[in-house]
Design a protein around this ligand. Structure first.
Ligand code: GSH
Length: 268
């Protein structure tokens, strides 16, 4: 795969550098993270601890740009999954915002399929959020986000059934019920096994599902006047927990972008 010179990519894209602890103060600026932040993830330690990012160059990652506001992150749930992984691992990253409606040549060179996210890992550009997050886990195992393989598919039918209901024009075609069936099954799972999919600690499976549930909430609220029923309290509190994580708030798209992003599917 062609590797583009970073300087060329940077000059042709909106590049936003993130360091998880505010100002860019040089490579060692993020050496220390306070105990409060770590304790929120369940790995309580007193005082200060050295983070992986001390020795790490920012990970370059191409993500969807906003379609409503210049120079802002857009509404791709797969991109947010990768950004959440970087945030939860407290890794610095360098976001390149890509206008998917007008893909620049430099982007098509490093992502021939024209899809985001793509991240530069071990010197080469890697596509697909599954592949990227697994590679990040391997390269930066702390804190661990991997879940056992049998948990990887928990909640995985929610996104496709949500899209089926969103696109449906016939209220009696069973698509709403299909979504409710999946959501009920997830609610029961969390009731028995929660608060997260892998139990007490957040994992990669939550980081994949969270952005999709966020899209579901906004898109169905807007286009179908639909909300998660009160009969699913465990799902509701799961969503509330995920959506209020620092990492989620930092990487979430605007409501306007989510609505605009789904419009062609609803109208089509
Ligand atoms: N399976 C891929 C899906 C990525 C994907 O579909 N990304 C969309 C944006 S959300 C995209 O780049 N679409 C290309 C386009 O809109 O032209 C992943 O997990 O990364």
């Amino acid at each position: 795969m062609t590797t583009l010179q970073p300087i060329a990519a940077a000059s042709l894209s909106a590049t936003v550098r993130h360091l998880n602890c505010g100002l860019w103060l040089g490579k060692s600026a993020c050496n220390y993270h306070n105990a409060r932040r770590l304790s929120s993830r369940g790995t309580l330690r007193r005082g200060f601890t050295v983070s992986m990012s001390a020795a790490t160059e920012p990970v370059e990652v191409c993500v969807k740009a906003s379609i409503t506001t210049p120079n802002k992150l857009g509404d791709c749930p797969f991109c947010q999954r990768v950004l959440l992984t970087l945030e939860e691992k407290q890794l610095p990253y360098d976001m390149k915002l890509v206008d998917l409606a007008n893909k620049p040549d430099w982007f098509l060179q490093l992502s021939p399929e024209g899809k985001v996210p793509v991240a530069k890992l071990n010197g080469s550009w890697t596509a697909d959020s599954d592949v990227i997050t697994q590679a990040l886990e391997k390269k930066f195992p702390t804190p661990p986000l991997a879940a056992p393989p049998e948990k990887a598919t928990i909640g995985s039918k929610i996104f496709p059934t949500f899209i089926g209901f969103l696109k449906s024009k016939d209220p009696s075609d069973g698509t709403e019920q299909a979504l409710l069936t999946e959501l009920t099954s997830f609610d029961n799972y969390i009731k028995e096994n929660g608060p997260f999919i892998n139990g007490q600690a957040i994992s990669a499976v939550d980081l994949s599902l969270g952005p999709k549930l966020y899209h579901m909430e906004i898109a169905l609220g807007h286009y179908k006047n639909w909300t998660v029923p009160d009969s699913l309290p465990n799902l509701k509190s799961y969503m509330k927990t995920i959506f209020s994580l620092d990492s989620f708030v930092k990487t979430m798209p605007s409501t306007e972008d989510v609505i605009a992003g789904w419009r062609p599917k609803v109208m089509g």
